[in-house]
Design a protein around this ligand. Structure first.
Ligand SMILES: [Fe+2]
Ligand SMILES: [Fe+2]
Length: 286
């Protein structure tokens, strides 16, 4: 077969990656983020979403993986499933440690799982659409977090830093896998409509449950009505590091019909992290 008539790969990933089966020990202090109850609650609320959320990601990808014909995409799906399963396990263990301070992390995990049940009622392609949109969310938040990693390093214990950055790096590595699977198994118009619908649906539901989780966590400390606490949460989200503000262009970029997660080429962030951790860089050429 010549290069001209070779079938193009269904994967447009710019990285090769494998899952890392690492055990973490973060979450050992009550206000582990710089002594700040509000920002600690923000991260803990995110963590409470992950076990059920990432199980849903895996289930939706597993349900349609047989439709991917490209061996490269199949190999990426295998690593995606492994990475997300380990993220889910480690966030559950982290949540258990946070529970030790009296926070109802088990209840929040259950609440997240109950919300996820609505997703499971949808057709399989729409389920994958929700995963693709939520992966976009985790990708752009991860990009912001890695971008301010020096600030994070100064604000938290080394164990917490390693935990959150590891997750962010792996989200970056596999950011196009669910996207490429849905794209390769759906008509162009169907693909566009599903992912735009999914982005709006997940933006509303993700932010609503995140804020609800934060409120519940602050309530344990009697801080749920404290405007200063909410000011700190909003400052963290919108001012500095301001992931919600920094991510706004990436959120809108999703609406472009030809959008692809690797249009934003941030392989360098992964390469730097790998070098810091003694891993050989297996970044592929564009
Ligand atoms: Fe993850
Ligand atoms: Fe992910």
């Amino acid at each position: 077969m010549t290069a001209e008539n070779a079938t193009p790969s269904q994967s447009r990933s710019r990285l090769t990656f494998t899952a890392r089966n690492i055990r973490f020990e973060g979450g050992e202090h009550r206000y582990w983020y710089n002594g700040d109850p509000a920002v600690s609650a923000y991260f803990n609320a995110l963590s409470a979403l992950f076990p059920a959320g990432e199980t849903f990601f895996c289930d939706s990808v597993r349900a349609l993986r047989h439709e991917a014909k490209d061996p490269k995409l199949q190999a990426e799906i295998k690593e995606f499933l492994a990475q997300e399963a380990i993220h889910s396990r480690e966030h559950h263990l982290y949540n258990k440690r946070i529970s030790g301070f009296g926070y109802p992390m088990e209840k929040l995990e259950q609440r997240s799982a109950d919300m996820q049940k609505i997703g499971y009622m949808l057709p399989k392609k729409l389920q994958l659409g929700l995963t693709v949109a939520l992966e976009h969310y985790t990708t752009i938040i991860s990009d912001c977090l890695i971008g301010v990693r020096d600030h994070l390093r100064e604000s938290v214990a080394p164990k917490d830093y390693e935990f959150w950055i590891w997750h962010s790096i792996e989200e970056t590595e596999h950011k196009s896998v669910a996207f490429d699977l849905l794209k390769s198994t759906t008509s162009p118009l169907g693909f566009y409509l599903i992912r735009v619908f999914s982005l709006f649906a997940t933006t509303l539901s993700f932010n609503a449950i995140l804020m609800w989780h934060i409120w519940t966590l602050l309530k344990v400390d009697g801080l749920q009505w404290n405007p200063k606490m909410w000011g700190r949460v909003l400052r963290y989200q919108w001012v500095f590091p301001g992931a919600w503000r920094v991510c706004a262009p990436a959120w809108f970029a999703w609406l472009k019909p030809g959008f692809h997660p690797w249009d934003h080429d941030n392989r360098e962030l992964v390469a730097v992290w790998k070098a810091e951790h003694g891993e050989t860089d297996t970044t592929t050429a564009a």
